[in-house]
Ligand binder design. Structure first.
Ligand code: FES
Length: 107
């Protein structure tokens, strides 16, 4: 196993995250929100960059756009970029992959 391989951490089972669903997992000291958009998994840090609300609780997903319902900031879950104010900074995205029946995130 290469050192790059070692940085991926298993966080759940594919069966736990069907299309249209979301999953929150702990990764070290961070919480990560994983979303299944039409079979493709996307992972972002579970915190809005505006006032640090948990996006898993206040976020609404439409396509690849995650909107924080607290004040309306929205983000592209593919790259974490800001799409709408009032957020000024993007959110962290994590590389996610499926190995067998496991969901893995690059730590
Ligand atoms: S906390 Fe998310 S937009 Fe303000």
């Amino acid at each position: 196993m290469s050192s790059a391989e070692k940085t991926f951490v298993t966080v759940g089972k594919v069966a736990d995250l069907p299309p249209g669903e979301r999953l929150v997992v702990e990764l070290g000291r961070r919480w990560v929100l994983i979303m299944n958009v039409e079979g493709a998994l996307h992972a972002v840090e579970d915190v809005c960059s505006h006032e640090e609300y948990a996006l898993s609780e206040v976020g609404e997903l439409d396509g690849f756009t995650l909107t924080c319902t607290q004040h309306g900031a929205c983000f592209d879950i593919r790259n974490g970029g800001v799409l709408c104010a009032p957020a000024m900074m993007g959110i962290k995205v994590f590389e996610v992959r499926v190995v067998g029946d496991e969901i893995q995130i690059k730590a």
